[in-house]
Design a protein around this ligand. Structure first.
Ligand SMILES: NC(=O)c1ccc[n+]([C@@H]2O[C@H](COP(=O)([O-])OP(=O)(O)OC[C@H]3O[C@@H](n4cnc5c(N)ncnc54)[C@H](OP(=O)(O)O)[C@@H]3O)[C@@H](O)[C@H]2O)c1
Length: 338
C-alpha cells in the first residue's frame, strides 16, 4: 500500500490477482441484524476505490438475498470485481439454528445455476464449497465443481472449513485456489493442519471473521446484552454468558497496542492476520465484513500496519485462552473433524 490503495497478491498458485484485503458482504443481508442498504452500497463502492477487489458472498446469506443485492454492483464493475460465492448450506428460515448441508452433484448443479441467475453474471470467479457433507466423498464434490470450470460457469475453485487431509484429496482432483476458514487472534485452530496443507499445495488462505465477528473491535462485549434477538452471534458460545466477560478481558493487549499506535483495535486484529500468514509463508486475503464505508477505509488502512516482535509476542497467548467454541456445533468445521 503506497498511495492509499491496497497492494495485490495472487490467490494461490492458480487463482486471480486480488487486493490483499477483501470485503465480506454477508452482514449486508444476513446474520448481524438489519443493515442500511444505501450505506452497504456505499461500502461496496468505497472498497473498490481503495483497491479491494475480492467480494465475498454465499447463496445461504439471506437465502439468496445477498447475491441479489450484489448484482447491480457487479453489473456496474464486472471487470474490476472478483466475485466469490458458495454452495452447500441451507438455513431453514423457520429454524435459523439448523443447517442442511448438501454436496451431491445434482445439488451443486442446481445451486450454481441459481447463483449465476441471482448474481446476474455469466461466470463466478471463485466458487466455494461452503461446508463439507461427510456423506459425499470430497473427490466427487470437487469433480463436479471441476466440470463447472470446464463448462465456463466458474473460473476458480475454493473450499471452506475443510481439514488438511480433505484439502489434499480435493487438490488431487482439481487445483484449489483458496481455502476460506475462520482465522483471527481468537481462532487459530486451522494453524495445526489446514494452514500447513495449504502451504504445501500452493493454496491461499481467505480468513473469514478476522475481526472475530466484531468482538475484537470492542463494538460488542456480550451478545445477549448488546445484540438483537435474531443476531447470529447470540448462538456462539464464546460471545455469551460468562465466556463473553472472560473473553473481553483477553483483549487488553490489543487495546494497549492500538492506543500506543493511535490505531483501532480492529486494525491491530487485521494486521495480526496478515503477519501470522506471512510467518507460515502463505498468501492471505482476509475478508473483514462491514456495512459502513468509513469502516472499509479503517480496515483497509490496517494493511499499512506492521506489528513489532514485541507486540506480536503480547498477542500470542490470547487464542489459547479463549473460552467457548466458535460455533455451538463444531462438527461443521475443520477442527470438528480433525
Ligand atoms: N465461510 C464461512 O463459513 C464464513 C463464515 C462467516 C463469515 N464468512 C464471510 O466472512 C466475512 C467476514 O466475516 P464476519 O462478517 O463474520 O466477521 P468480521 O469480519 O470478523 O466482523 C464483522 C463485524 O464487525 C463489524 N466491523 C467491521 N469493521 C469494523 C470496524 N472497523 N470497527 C468496528 N466494527 C467493525 C461489522 O459491523 P458493521 O457492518 O456495523 O461495520 C460486523 O458486525 C463475511 O461477511 C462473510 O462473507 C464466511
Amino acid at each position: 500500500m503506497t498511495d492509499g490503495t491496497l497492494e495485490t497478491v495472487r490467490l494461490g498458485d492458480t487463482g486471480p490477482e486480488v487486493g490483499v484485503q477483501g470485503l465480506g458482504c454477508m452482514g449486508m443481508s444476513f446474520a448481524y441484524g438489519p443493515a442500511d442498504a444505501e450505506q452497504s452500497r456505499a461500502a461496496l463502492e468505497r472498497a473498490l476505490d481503495l483497491g479491494v477487489t475480492l467480494f465475498d458472498t454465499a447463496d445461504s446469506y439471506g437465502a439468496g438475498q445477498n447475491e441479489t443485492f450484489l448484482a447491480p454492483f457487479l453489473g456496474k464493475h464486472r471487470d474490476a470485481v472478483v466475485i466469490a460465492t458458495k454452495f452447500s448450506l441451507t438455513i431453514p428460515p423457520d429454524d435459523p439454528t439448523r443447517r442442511i448441508i448438501r454436496n451431491d452433484p445434482p445439488y451443486i448443479r442446481q445451486a450454481v445455476e441459481a447463483s449465476l441467475r441471482r448474481l446476474d453474471v455469466d461466470e463466478i470467479d471463485l466458487y466455494y464449497m461452503h461446508r463439507r457433507d461427510v456423506n459425499v466423498p470430497i473427490e466427487e464434490t470437487v469433480a463436479t465443481m471441476a466440470e463447472l470450470v470446464r463448462e465456463g460457469k466458474v473460473k476458480h475453485l475454493g473450499l471452506s472449513e475443510v481439514t488438511g487431509d480433505e484439502l489434499r484429496a480435493a487438490a488431487a482432483v482439481h487445483p484449489i485456489a483458496a481455502v476460506q476458514s475462520e482465522w483471527s487472534l481468537f481462532s487459530r485452530d486451522i494453524e495445526a493442519g489446514v494452514v500447513p496443507a495449504a502451504k504445501e499445495l500452493g493454496v491461499a488462505l481467505v480468513p473469514y471473521s478476522p475481526l472475530g465477528r466484531g468482538f475484537l473491535t470492542g463494538s460488542f462485549t456480550d451478545a445477549d446484552r448488546d445484540l438483537g434477538q435474531d443476531d447470529f452471534r447470540r448462538q456462539q458460545p464464546r460471545f455469551t454468558g460468562g465466556n463473553a466477560a472472560a473473553n473481553a478481558a483477553l483483549l487488553e493487549p490489543v487495546r494497549a497496542i492500538a492506543a500506543a499506535r493511535g490505531a483501532s483495535a480492529g486494525q491491530i486484529a487485521l494486521a495480526w492476520v496478515q503477519q501470522r500468514a506471512a510467518v507460515h509463508g502463505l498468501p492471505v486475503v482476509p475478508i473483514p465484513g462491514t456495512t459502513k464505508p468509513h469502516r472499509v477505509a479503517e480496515n483497509t488502512a490496517a494493511a499499512r500496519i506492521v506489528l513489532t516482535d514485541e507486540e506480536l509476542a503480547s498477542l500470542e497467548p490470547i487464542a489459547a485462552r479463549v473460552a467457548g467454541d466458535r460455533y455451538a456445533d463444531m462438527s461443521f468445521t475443520s477442527a470438528g473433524r480433525e
